[in-house]
Ligand binder design. Structure first.
Ligand SMILES: NC(=O)c1ccc[n+]([C@@H]2O[C@H](COP(=O)([O-])OP(=O)(O)OC[C@H]3O[C@@H](n4cnc5c(N)ncnc54)[C@H](O)[C@@H]3O)[C@@H](O)[C@H]2O)c1
Length: 289
């Protein structure tokens, strides 16, 4: 398949990532169907997209014509078969569970024409763990966006040993044509590049905290003011959820057994205390005031 043959994209999973990936793709002129197993989630995504577009127009950041075009391009389709039947590319953004993704890819393989590329937005699962659930492993690939997908420019495209060069190149070009800056990883690794580097920063920050070298406030300040990260590691974990930070590491450690993957003590303690950050009112910082 050539990139010019890609006209229709189906996004499966209308949660935090899928809804934004779908709208972003529609804004660049592709016909997009968004689907979800939950009708309620799909309705919420439809409402959110309408409000987002209207808000951009009200602020003068988008023309009314562009809003109409995006709304026409993006369809919310509860039925998976209907949503995916004639898609050229499917981007999967459902829950981070291997068995759910494998089952879904097997269904998509049966629904979609042979040309269709099946991409996963998973943050940790490499596509070779999913590809053999289909009869088209050469068309299975990782396409990893960052949150919020409308804003964040990087896309990590990961070519598994089974992924064809053509598939990798179509997904690289689709990323570019939808306003993103992609990088191509020719070797699979869980977590890919950006999140692994972030993981290393968080690990070192936790080590310094545990050793009593600096407080979490001081470490955040050092990272923000000297390294110029927009947010220090503790502030970031409070925002994204310490439960998520802990569970991702615990799962990776259970799989690899590598000491570097073990959840750091400060994260484990916060997780077990139910202090998961902003969502619970307290994490490394206190938000209850
Ligand atoms: N949240 C992030 O920061 C982030 C960043 C990059 C990648 N990801 C990856 O994106 C994927 C989705 O994450 P999210 O944060 O959007 O999750 P989310 O929980 O917000 O949304 C997941 C959606 O998938 C739906 N779903 C579950 N099973 C389904 C099925 N069989 N068919 C159709 N829909 C189904 C759920 O109803 C839910 O609406 C995960 O693989 C995650 O690793 C997340």
């Amino acid at each position: 398949m050539h990139i010019d043959d890609v006209k229709k994209v189906c996004v499966v999973g209308a949660g935090a990532m899928g809804s934004q990936i779908a709208l972003n793709t529609a804004l660049y002129g592709y016909r997009v169907t968004l689907t979800d197993i939950s009708r309620e989630v799909l309705q919420k995504a439809e409402q959110w997209a309408a409000e987002y577009l209207a808000g951009r127009v009200a602020k003068g950041k988008m023309t009314a014509e562009k809003e109409v075009e995006a709304r026409e391009n993006l369809l919310f389709v509860p039925d998976l078969r209907e949503a995916a039947a004639d898609a050229d590319v499917v981007i999967e953004a459902v829950v981070e569970k291997l068995d759910v993704k494998r089952q879904l890819f097997a269904e998509l393989d049966a629904i979609c024409p042979p040309r269709t590329i099946l991409a996963t937005n998973s943050s940790t699962i490499v596509s070779s763990k999913i590809a053999d659930a289909t009869k088209r492993p050469d068309r299975v690939v990782n396409m990893h966006y960052f949150n919020p997908a409308l804003v964040m420019e990087l896309v990590e495209v990961v070519q598994g040993p089974h992924t064809s060069e053509e598939t990798a190149q179509v997904i690289m070009e689709l990323s570019r044509r939808t306003g993103k800056i992609p990088i191509l990883l020719k070797k699979e690794i869980s977590g890919f590049v950006a999140n692994r580097i972030l993981g290393a920063v968080i690990r070192e920050a936790c080590f310094l905290l545990e050793q009593g070298i600096a407080t979490h406030e001081e470490i955040d300040l050092a990272v923000e003011k000297a390294l110029r990260y927009p947010m220090g590691p503790f502030r970031l974990m409070d925002l994204t959820g310490i439960d998520v930070s802990y569970l991702v590491r615990a799962q990776r450690f259970a799989e690899s057994g590598l000491e570097e993957d073990r959840p750091p003590k400060p994260i484990e303690e916060k997780y077990k205390a139910g202090e998961w950050g902003k969502k619970t009112g307290k994490g490394f910082y206190d938000y209850r005031k």
